[in-house]
Design a binder for this molecule. Structure first.
Ligand SMILES: Cc1cc2nc3c(=O)[nH]c(=O)nc-3n(C[C@H](O)[C@H](O)[C@H](O)COP(=O)(O)O)c2cc1C
Length: 172
């Protein structure tokens, strides 16, 4: 497991190659097993492969979201905030599970933060994504996970450089 986690890195450059539908479905289907508070599953996933729509999403946060333009797939993770007060946790868990699934399938991915973020012009990134993806008002957008075949190589996290000082036993 550690070996697998060590080699996951955020990938921001992608090959110009589509992700096979079977892989997309595997990522989405396995995500549906995610744990959620009280089993409420407040999330919805919007898988975007349309290049024009990906281009629009890439503009939402300027430089921080530009990588979406080169991705073959972007999965918007949204949640019904009226269902639960811990929707951010639930949405984050399903998002990371998809990043790990992507990694296991030979794909690279990167989280693009939307919640509490703004466009370069100062508008809510959440509102812009909702507009682009036709998302009903009651949902909140946590993030977009950009995915694709990696177009860059990254060194794995070095085991000897992990921040072991952050681990405490029994008391802080
Ligand atoms: C909550 C969260 C928000 C992030 N937001 C962005 C983002 O908006 N744009 C981006 O390029 N990367 C974003 N990242 C990726 C981080 O920059 C990256 O995980 C971090 O630098 C560590 O690198 P690694 O994933 O390769 O280990 C985000 C990651 C997390 C967990």
């Amino acid at each position: 497991m550690l070996e697998f986690y060590k080699t996951r890195r955020s990938i921001r450059k992608f090959q110009d190659k589509a992700v096979e539908q079977e892989k997309i479905e595997e990522i989405l289907k396995s995500a549906l097993t995610a744990p959620s508070s009280k089993g409420k599953r407040p999330w919805e996933l919007i898988a975007v492969t349309d290049k024009e729509i990906l281009g629009k999403l890439a503009e939402v946060r300027g430089a921080s979201s530009g990588l979406i333009a080169g991705a073959a797939l972007g999965i918007a993770v949204i949640a019904d905030s009226e269902t639960t007060d811990v929707w951010t946790e639930d949405a984050s868990i399903i998002a990371v599970m998809m990043q790990l699934s992507a990694h296991s399938l030979g794909l690279g991915s990167c989280w693009v933060q939307i919640r509490e973020r703004f466009t370069p012009g100062g508008k809510s990134a959440d509102a812009c994504v909702k507009d682009v993806l036709n998302i009903p008002e009651k949902y909140k957008v946590e993030c977009i996970i950009a995915m694709g075949y990696p177009g860059e190589g990254k060194e794995p996290h070095k085991e000897e450089k992990l921040p072991y000082e952050k681990i405490h036993y029994n008391r802080f």
